[in-house]
Ligand binder design. Structure first.
Ligand SMILES: CC(C)=CCC/C(C)=C/CC/C(C)=C/CC/C(C)=C/[C@@H]1[C@@H](COP(=O)(O)OP(=O)(O)O)[C@]1(C)CC/C=C(\C)CC/C=C(\C)CCC=C(C)C
Ligand SMILES: [Mn+2]
Length: 423
């Protein structure tokens, strides 16, 4: 068995330009069996397997793979590592399995019945109301969108929102400079406690109630805290694989936390895995967009000199950190930005296909957030890629114009023929 990075030339694959971490059986230079593939178009990497029972012919080629994705590994050790996308996909599989299990055991019940201790109902309602207020304060449009959801789901989403916001504030808020890994460990043990039904404060109590009612797993929450740890220890990302993991941790996790609450439409024929995968894609797309919008801020306001761009892709474009610090929009920069924007749009496209599969009442806020966030990419283009000194900003008129579009799209029912791969 050996491990190699390949340029695969194969008529049996949908995408001919795949490369892979391959547990392989080799015949001289020719590979005759591979167990796992990775596509250059990373969003499709799990769809690109050879047809069963057929032996593949592989042409092993150079390690350098040009293109949007540049998960270029240079040593056998790196190749042997599991890619971030694969690690994350395992979390997706687990989340989807939980939802599936519930649908099979009690198809009409996607929410566990209330367990309310005497005298606690008033306090709980108050806790949820407070979550709603925080949400309205930080994310007005999103808050308005949640008003279309059923009251139960709406307040559960508020509780998740507030926990995410508080977690993000630890490393991004006014006290960020005092936050240590130990503080994050403490935050994590609070999380474990609230999942065990022992909340620390009233906002935690709302989430504690939510996770008892819906099949929300703790793993994405833990992973978000891990993303905050990454923020403390890391200011550069070697390649897209590293950046992907960061984006999953801080934003893809939000998608995974939200789907069990938003619910999959009963009439949907898509597999839960594909819906979670789309939700993950929306988080990744949002975070990539956030990164592209904030390039100037991240490194200047010494949000501690962070550069959330794949270093290898910068180098391939003939750019370095110094170019970013200089903040000059050159043709090289424009070309580089175009490829980054293209990748973010790919993730949005993937996410869009999943929204229809959500419960009808949950679709609108998701579409609205997708359309509004995606427009930021258009604004970066409209600013001629100057994200050093100009903040890409979607004005109120454009925002308002997106809302009816989001509403109209949210009326589309899940298609009879599943638009996404069945797993
Ligand atoms: C309807 C909807 C959008 C629901 C999600 C509600 C929710 C729980 C949001 C939490 C967001 C949050 C506070 C995350 C903490 C980390 C963070 C701040 C991430 C960045 C968000 C943008 O925030 P902002 O512009 O304020 O960034 P700054 O702090 O100023 O830097 C992120 C970029 C990511 C947020 C990720 C999402 C909203 C993912 C949403 C995905 C879904 C709801 C899944 C939808 C399902 C399908 C099938 C597509
Ligand atoms: Mn933030």
């Amino acid at each position: 068995m050996s491990v190699a990075l390949l340029w695969v030339v194969s008529p049996n694959l949908q995408l001919s330009n795949c490369f892979g971490f391959v547990d392989s059986v080799r015949d001289g230079n020719r590979l005759i069996y591979s167990s796992r593939l990775v596509c250059r178009d990373r969003s499709s990497m799990f769809n690109c397997r050879p047809k069963k029972g057929r032996k593949q012919k592989w042409n092993a080629r150079s390690i350098k793979v040009p293109g949007i994705s540049s998960m270029v590994a240079s040593t056998v050790d790196e190749l042997a590592a599991v890619s971030s996308e694969e690690k994350v996909y395992n979390v997706v599989l687990k989340q989807a399995a939980l939802v599936k299990e519930q649908l099979m055991s009690s198809p009409d019940l996607d929410v566990n019945p209330d367990i309310v201790l005497p005298g606690s109902l008033g306090l709980l309602n108050e806790a949820y109301d407070r979550c709603g207020e925080v949400c309205a304060e930080y994310a007005k449009t999103f808050y308005l969108g949640t008003l279309l959801m059923t009251p139960e789901r709406r307040r559960a989403i508020w509780a998740i929102y507030v926990w995410c916001r508080r977690t993000d504030e630890l490393v991004d808020g006014p006290n960020a400079s005092h936050i240590t890994p130990t503080a994050l460990d403490r935050w994590e043990s609070r999380l474990e406690d609230l999942f065990r039904g022992r909340p620390f404060d009233m906002l935690d109590a709302a989430l504690s109630d939510t996770v008892a009612k819906y099949r929300v797993d703790i793993q994405p929450f833990r992973d978000m805290i891990e993303g905050m740890r990454m923020d403390l220890r890391k200011s550069r990302y070697k390649n897209f694989d590293e950046l992907y993991l960061y984006c999953y941790n801080v934003a893809g996790t939000v998608g995974l936390m939200s789907v069990p609450v938003m619910g999959i439409a009963p009439e949907s024929e898509a597999s839960p895995v594909s819906v979670f995968d789309a939700a993950l894609a929306l988080g990744i797309a949002n975070q990539l967009t956030n990164i592209l919008r904030d390039v100037g801020e991240e490194m200047s306001c010494a949000r501690r000199g962070r550069v959330y761009l794949p270093q290898d892709e910068l180098a391939q474009a003939g750019l370095s950190d110094d170019d970013i610090f200089a903040g000059k929009v050159t043709d090289k920069w424009r070309r580089f930005m175009k490829s980054q924007i293209k990748r973010a749009r790919m993730f949005f496209d993937k996410a869009e296909k999943g929204v229809t599969e959500l419960n009808a009442a949950s679709r609108w806020p998701v579409y609205a957030s997708l359309l509004l966030y995606r427009q930021i990419l258009d604004e970066i283009e409209a600013n001629d890629y100057n994200n050093f000194t100009k903040r890409a900003y979607v004005n109120k008129v454009k925002k308002m114009a997106a809302l009816p579009t989001a509403y109209a799209r949210s009326l589309i029912r899940p298609s009879k023929i599943p638009p996404l791969t069945k797993v």
